[in-house]
Design a protein around this ligand. Sequence first.
Ligand code: AP5
Length: 250
Amino acid sequence: MAIKQDKPDRTAWLKGGKAQCEVVPAGVTRPRRLVLLGAPGVGKGTQAELLSERLGACHLSTGDVFRAAKMLDECERTPAMAQALDYMRRGELVPDETVLGLVTEREGCFRCQGGFLLDGFPRTVAQAEALEKLLAGQGVKLEAVLSYELPLEKIVARLSGRRTCSVCKAVFHIEARPPKVDGVCDHCGAGLYQREDDRPESIRVRMDAYAKSTSPLAEFYRRQGILVPVLAEGTPEEIFERTLVAMQHR
Ligand code: AP5
């Protein structure tokens, strides 16, 4: 039986297939359905965590799904997933077909009664068009697309200091958001690690992929009237407050 708890778990999203979440978000009066857009390292995952705590919506990151697949034994990975991990390691975008297969397997998550925060998907116009169809099939619509904006050199500094929890995927920064104990997650006590694609050569490839494939998405959503630009300068808490204000004023 599902347990009521404040923090949504992401079992169905991270595992896919027939997996089901064990906890359902409590006290959500209106499910919020948002996309977080922005360059790699701008702070989407950090804002998604804060928004998830406040709004009760489930944080759905395609990058987290790929990283969860990396933890599987090699024989448990499908050939498409093994190929996706190679793209990711190099900092390139995973082909749309693979990403869409993975998201379609998890389309039930779009009906989550707590709502959702999509982080890292869609990343191309083709993915955005496919998402529209998936959402229509589930009878739900996007409320807003939060577009986080920051100059490139500040983004690179954020990426190189990032540390991620190997179990609950919480994100820290060695200077801006350090864990209480060096190398240990504040939330679950597991070890922190540095992502393979945060090496300088992969960062460069990721930024190029963003400029070419993902930044046209801002125009796609602006035309639909649901784009909400948010300046990503300042502390995570300041940006979070700015996000809440921007959502009220749209
Ligand atoms: P993904 O996991 O989605 O990564 P990303 O978009 O590159 O974004 P990041 O997770 O790197 O950054 P973020 O914006 O979430 O920043 P964070 O909050 O961590 O994708 C990884 C790869 O998977 C892709 O390259 C691709 O290969 C593949 N992939 C995934 N989805 C795909 C798709 N749909 N299509 C194709 N391929 C796909 O913050 C960064 C750091 O900064 C942290 O250390 C944080 O603590 C710190 N920080 C955050 N906010 C602040 C602040 N205000 N001040 C100072 N430091 C801060």
